[in-house]
Design a binder for this molecule. Structure first.
Ligand code: ADP
Ligand code: MG
Length: 301
């Protein structure tokens, strides 16, 4: 049964789409069957993995949400064997309005997932930059959520509203919803401000912040225009290293949670992701070995 994760923050430009696409791709190279749901009408996630809009104009998340087709019909394969996507385009703007009048409008995505959740290990939902009905559908369908935050001044502005929405969802629709973590993104290790903001967020949220920090990395900004996730665009980039580390941290968190331990304590034999496909293994392993979890590592650009 898939673990369903909503990548959410009502702010635009904080790295939701970049993190959804690249985390999903990195989970896939660890042979975790992963489905990316593009729930943003801008459709940036769909373009970022190289799908052309014409191919999915008639069958995408919009059609599945309004019940015209089953979700399975709106799923497309990516270049990576374990990585599928359910794309979106600007039709989805209409869905938010059309859903308003429907019965159980907050549960459309949750219901749609019933048909596919057995087929995947992870479902990652790239949320739109709002706290509207689409995001509510995502949070209702999800087991957990990740909040990407840019290490900029005013990073925490809007967070109270976000947490309030989560609280409402938990009290009314989805009591089991959990925070996987706050993800610091676009971090520039040379910037005093970035360090200060990162420290402030860590002081505030402690263990709720992922140890992995995503650096500002030009390759991450470039790869969508080539229609590739970072690991297929430049495996040696700091961006690849960071998202592989995030995938690993998430997998280990889950494993330790299942084993009843609340802390991620990494034993040496558990530091490599098992069963990476042969053709990628030579490229990825050197990167994995450089990754640690003591929370002190920040990636250079
Ligand atoms: N770590 C990063 N380094 C450099 N550029 C980034 C990074 N993360 C995201 N970007 C760029 O910043 C912009 C906003 O990121 P995006 O993931 O689309 O945010 P959101 O989905 O929250 O709106 C995009 O142009 C993206 O390519
Ligand atoms: Mg986005």
């Amino acid at each position: 049964m898939a673990k369903i994760i909503a990548m959410m923050n009502q702010k635009g430009g904080v790295g939701k789409t970049t993190s959804s696409v690249n985390l999903a791709a990195c989970l896939a190279v660890a042979e975790k069957k992963t489905l990316l749901i593009d729930l943003d009408p801008q459709g940036n996630g769909s373009i970022s993995i190289g799908l052309s809009k014409d191919t999915f104009a008639q069958k995408n998340i919009y059609h599945a949400l309004i019940g015209q087709i089953g979700l399975k019909e709106a799923i497309y394969h990516s270049e990576l064997p374990c990585f599928d996507i359910c794309p979106s385009d600007n039709n989805l703007v209409g869905a938010e309005l059309e859903l308003v009048s429907l019965f159980a409008r907050e549960s459309k995505l949750k219901t749609a997932f019933k048909a596919v959740e057995k087929d995947y290990d992870y479902i990652i939902i790239d949320c739109p930059p709002s706290l509207g009905l689409l995001t509510v559908n995502a949070l209702n369908a999800a087991h957990s959520y990740i909040v990407p935050m840019q290490t900029e001044y005013l990073a925490m502005e809007g967070l109270a509203q976000l947490l309030n929405t989560v609280k409402l969802i938990k009290s009314s629709l989805n009591p089991e919803l959990e925070l996987d973590g706050i993800l610091l993104t676009m971090f520039d290790s040379r910037s005093g401000l970035h360090k200060q903001v990162a420290n402030e967020i860590k002081t505030h949220f402690g263990d709720s912040v992922f140890n992995t920090i995503i650096p500002r990395n030009v390759k991450l900004a470039e790869c969508p225009s080539f229609g590739k996730p970072i690991i297929l665009y430049d495996i040696e980039s700091k961006g690849s290293e960071a998202y592989l580390a995030l995938a690993k941290e998430l997998i280990l968190k889950e494993r330790f949670k299942k084993s009843g331990s609340s802390k991620v304590a990494v034993k040496p034999e558990e530091t490599s992701i098992p069963k990476i496909p042969e053709e990628l293994i030579m490229d990825i392993l050197p990167n994995l070995e450089n990754i640690n979890f003591d929370g002190t590592q920040s990636f250079e650009q």
